[in-house]
Design a protein around this ligand. Structure first.
Ligand SMILES: NC(=O)c1ccc[n+]([C@@H]2O[C@H](COP(=O)([O-])OP(=O)(O)OC[C@H]3O[C@@H](n4cnc5c(N)ncnc54)[C@H](O)[C@@H]3O)[C@@H](O)[C@H]2O)c1
Length: 258
């Protein structure tokens, strides 16, 4: 029985959408901390490069920053080409790009609906397609897609966001069946409330207690607590884990606490 730690294996590179902020960045740092090269794909070119440079400097890994709008299939294809030139290998990706949506039913528009799907859901399939030759070429390749506890909990404020995140769970299960044929694993992570630039305005407006009163661990999560789980899912430690949802919410959707 081989029980040696495998958190840093394989040593293939990982693409992270939304990698310049919050949970994407925390995931990139966790991977870099065990020596894995990372490609930071984000909307803002300067921020992508700056974060990549900081990660390269802090952890001594190859880190490549690139501007990508994940709504644009052509941009995904050309970013894949650029990344192949910049990283020694690509053995996985993390789809963490996301936006806040508070339009509710009253403010819902066809454009807003499409944006929710085009940012949160569609890129998972397009990335898997574009990077399939790379993932197939390396043993132990794996994917993590960001869902949310909103995939399960109903919320009047953000039906499009919630539907897109629910779609992430079922897309992951279907892709897991196809990708397993090539030895590739894929899992979803569903964070609860985590202190990131996306979440901070709600925490400022409502206060932590509005959320923590029903969270069993009694606090808001920190980005590194998500990054470490993403790193685990992309490592050989998780070699028998696929098609799963990892809820990382401090005990939120399981809570009936009043
Ligand atoms: N923070 C939380 O509490 C929480 C909870 C559940 C789920 N999530 C999910 O986790 C993921 C990361 O969220 P976060 O809190 O780190 O947010 P964040 O706002 O800190 O980071 C999101 C990043 O995505 C990028 N992005 C947005 N649209 C993009 C596009 N079209 N193309 C490329 N990049 C784009 C942004 O520029 C930003 O850098 C999101 O999918 C979010 O829905 C977050």
């Amino acid at each position: 029985m081989d029980l040696a730690p495998r958190l840093g294996r394989p040593q293939t590179g990982i693409v992270l959408t939304g990698g310049a902020s919050g949970l994407g960045r925390a995931s990139a740092e966790a991977l870099a901390a065990v020596g894995r090269p990372v490609a930071i794909w984000d909307l803002d070119a300067d921020r992508s490069r700056k974060v990549a440079d900081e990660i390269a400097g802090r952890y001594g890994v190859i880190a490549f920053g690139h501007a990508v709008d994940v709504r644009d299939p052509g941009a995904i294809a050309s970013a894949a080409e650029e990344t192949r030139r910049a990283l020694p290998s690509i053995g996985g990706f993390v789809h963490a790009a996301g936006i806040v949506d508070t339009a509710s039913l009253d403010g819902l528009t066809p454009e807003g609906f499409n944006a929710g799907i085009e940012i949160h859901l569609r890129p998972i399939a397009l990335l898997a397609q574009a990077l399939l030759p790379d993932l197939r070429a390396h043993a132990g390749s794996a994917i993590v897609a960001f869902a949310s506890i909103n995939a399960t909990l109903g919320n009047a404020m953000n039906p499009i966001y919630s539907a897109a995140k629910g779609g992430v769970l079922s897309l992951v299960r279907s892709l897991a069946d196809r990708l397993a044929q090539d030895g590739i694993r894929i899992n979803a992570i569903s964070p609860g409330q985590i202190r990131t630039p996306m979440m901070q305005p709600a925490l400022d407006h409502l206060g932590d207690a509005a959320f923590t009163r029903r969270i069993l661990l009694g606090r808001i999560g920190e980005p590194a607590e998500i990054g470490r789980v993403v790193r685990f899912l992309l490592s050989e430690e998780a070699s028998y884990v696929t098609a799963s949802e990892f809820v990382v919410d401090g005990g939120n959707i399981s809570s009936q606490r009043m």
